[in-house]
Design a binder for this molecule. Structure first.
Ligand code: PAF
Length: 282
């Protein structure tokens, strides 16, 4: 297993592979890998001859310093998990200095308003941080294909906008949400859930599924009201937002249009752990 901590090292290896005309797939992660990440890695392995996985907890995308401090860092375990999938994966696990070169700050981006919806309202500066690190990682790795999960659907749409506006030559692949058997969307944060919150958390996806059924016959407002009431009654989960939005513009929907695609998005606190999820409605 090859682990690189400096951009020049990984760039050398990538260059050698490119001169042999091998396609490069890339899965950027913040580590604390779980089956959801491995699903992305397996997709990348199917579609590319060389796969790079980055493991980097990006400081500029955390609006909450405590969350950054508590973010799980499990490099040895991550390497073992990746090795169980393929010993040929190239791991790039840079230091903050290798990415930020002494200036750990975000660039300011214009994502045509996508950044102001949902997560953007509650996590100030988050998408500038994501845009900054993803742009740098894509410039270092220069992949043909890069893989992102739809659990962070807004992030996926923003990254598509980033590569379009910055003219970064890469194909962005969005992969389906990988769930535990009980429906809970896999997340590196799940390991921090205390027992009663872990048991309560599948309620999030169950509620999204019922909301999807209701959306077939009811207005977005009525469904939203129903979801808000369900969470208001819940003993362990605190709703931050539930929004039904246009799947392309991410703007919340007032009146349904049968020619448009919609998704429901939710952010919930389970104790001090923030969980997000979403579902396609039509
Ligand atoms: O989704 C994540 O894990 C992160 O936001 C990403 C894309 C690796 C950027 O740090």
């Amino acid at each position: 297993m090859k682990i690189f901590t400096e951009r020049t090292q990984i760039q050398n290896v990538i260059r050698q592979n490119k001169t042999r005309n091998l396609s490069i797939g890339f899965v950027p992660t913040m580590g604390a890998l779980h089956d959801g990440h491995l699903f992305l890695v397996k997709e990348a392995l199917k579609e590319n001859q060389v796969v790079v996985v980055s493991i980097f907890v990006n400081p500029t995308q955390f609006d909450n310093k405590d969350d950054l401090k508590k973010y799980p860092r499990t490099l040895d375990n991550d390497v073992e998990l990746l090795e169980s999938v393929s010993k040929d994966i190239l791991i790039y696990a840079p230091t903050v200095a290798d990415i930020y070169n002494g200036q750990t700050v975000s660039e300011a981006f214009d994502f045509d308003g996508l950044e102001f919806e949902m997560e953007g309202r509650f996590r100030s500066g988050h998408f500038d941080g994501v845009g900054t690190v993803v742009k740098r990682l894509l410039e270092i790795v220069t992949p043909d294909n890069a893989y992102f999960g739809k659990k962070d659907y807004q992030q996926l749409m923003i990254i598509k906008k980033l590569v379009e506006k910055q003219q970064i030559p890469v194909n962005i692949v969005g992969c389906d949400i990988y769930r535990e058997v009980n429906g809970l969307a896999m997340s590196s944060r799940n390991v921090r859930l205390k027992r009663e919150y872990r048991e309560a958390a599948p309620f999030i996806f169950k509620t999204l599924q019922t909301a999807k059924n209701k959306f077939g016959t009811k207005s977005a407002n009525k469904v939203t009201e129903w979801v808000e009431n369900e969470f208001a009654k819940h003993k362990f989960l605190k709703l931050e937002y539930f929004i039904i939005a246009d799947a392309v513009t991410l703007k919340s929907v007032k009146r349904k249009n049968k020619n448009k695609k919609y998704r429901a998005f939710v952010a919930v606190y389970a104790d001090d752990i923030r969980l997000i999820d979403n579902i396609a409605l039509n």
